[in-house]
Design a protein around this ligand. Structure first.
Ligand SMILES: Cc1cc2nc3c(=O)[nH]c(=O)nc-3n(C[C@H](O)[C@H](O)[C@H](O)COP(=O)(O)O)c2cc1C
Length: 210
């Protein structure tokens, strides 16, 4: 069992999304003591943001790339290699300004790459992109300060973290996505305590079941 853990909170101490991820890993280790863990901390060490040169390099066939282009793609190559071998992807992420943290977006941009994680063919009609990787389980552990982002909730339509991860999950090779989240962090009241307790229990259940 090989897990790739991607942590996106810019804080390590007190991070709730990391805490849910820890509960998941602790339970998973009980059933799979030999689990192999690769950790990529995009919160504390964000990957480089893609640039015009990066896109040009990524779309240049490998054999035609200059040494500088290959060097530019090296962090992406490494991140994709880590993704490829993982059976479980654990992403822990806060909501920042109603979406994913910039470090996580930079990681997504570096791993979703033509001919590495997706192929593009207009012969497929209106859906020319096809994922290369498959069969993985993606566990998404989130934290946010407000509440009510779910369908019918008081902030329905304002939260774009989970939907965005879902939208790209196919290119990460995820066949299954499990979301565990804590809400109400900013209120620090009983609702927050109940939400945290439920998220930790769910993460533990999930870890034990995989
Ligand atoms: C820069 C920043 C932006 C935030 N934006 C939002 C937001 O848009 N919606 C929300 O509900 N909470 C927001 N929060 C609150 C965090 O999501 C919350 O504190 C969460 O617990 C952070 O994750 P962590 O505990 O894993 O660090 C924001 C916090 C920070 C620091």
């Amino acid at each position: 069992m090989h897990v790739l853990r991607v942590d996106a909170s810019v804080r390590k101490d007190g991070s709730l999304s990391r805490k849910i991820g820890d509960a998941f890993m602790e339970a998973l280790r009980k059933t799979h003591p030999a689990v192999k863990l690769t950790e990529r901390d995009v919160g504390l060490n964000p990957p480089p943001i893609i640039t015009s040169d990066w896109v040009a390099a990524a779309f240049t066939p490998q054999d035609d790339r200059s040494a500088a282009q290959s060097q530019l793609l090296a962090p992406s190559d490494q991140a994709i290699a880590e993704l490829r071998t993982a059976e479980i992807i654990l992403i822990t992420a806060p909501m920042y300004n109603y979406g994913m943290p910039a470090g996580l977006k930079a990681w997504v941009d570096s791993v979703v790459r033509k001919d590495k994680t997706f192929t593009f063919d207009l012969a497929r009609g209106d859906f020319p992109l096809e994922p290369v990787l498959s069969g993985k389980t993606l566990v998404l552990a989130t934290a946010w300060g407000e509440f009510g982002f779910e369908p019918g909730g008081v902030r329905d339509g304002q939260g774009h973290l989970v939907g965005h991860v879902k939208a790209v999950s196919g290119y990460l090779g995820a066949a299954r996505l499990e979301h565990v989240g804590v809400e109400y962090q900013e209120f620090a009241d009983d609702r927050f305590e109940a939400s945290l307790q439920a998220a930790l229990e769910r993460a533990t259940e999930l870890g034990a079941s995989l």
